[in-house]
Design a protein. Structure first.
Length: 112
């Protein structure tokens, strides 16, 4: 009986470990998607496909080699921009404060 209990405990422990690992792997994707949704970013952008603006993964790829990308994107999130992704301008987002813009920029860049 002790062997059976030990075996069950081991199975549960491995199951919990696998679940925790799965959550850790998914966490970066969802970590600030809620903030992006709350600030209406998801109305023009999606994780993996172009909508009005580029996908977040395309943005991450484009800026992957730029050491100043996080600051550039945070500023663009707040002030808007034009010409980088085509003729449709990105409007400014005054509802996004500086800390939120930096959080969103870091999240976007993590989506490579």
């Amino acid at each position: 009986m002790a062997n059976f209990a030990s075996s069950c405990f081991q199975s549960v422990r491995w199951g919990l470990t696998a679940s925790a690992l799965a959550c850790t792997v998914c966490l970066p994707v969802w970590a600030d998607q809620a903030l992006a949704s709350k600030k209406n970013c998801m109305g023009c952008h999606a994780l993996e496909r172009k909508m009005v603006g580029p996908s977040y993964k395309d943005v991450a790829k484009k800026y992957a080699a730029d050491p100043n990308a996080s600051d550039k994107l945070a500023l663009k999130i707040q002030q808007g921009g034009a010409g980088v992704w085509g003729p449709v301008p990105m409007p400014s987002n005054p509802q996004v404060n500086e800390k939120e813009a930096k959080t969103l920029a870091s999240w976007i860049l993590s989506l490579k």
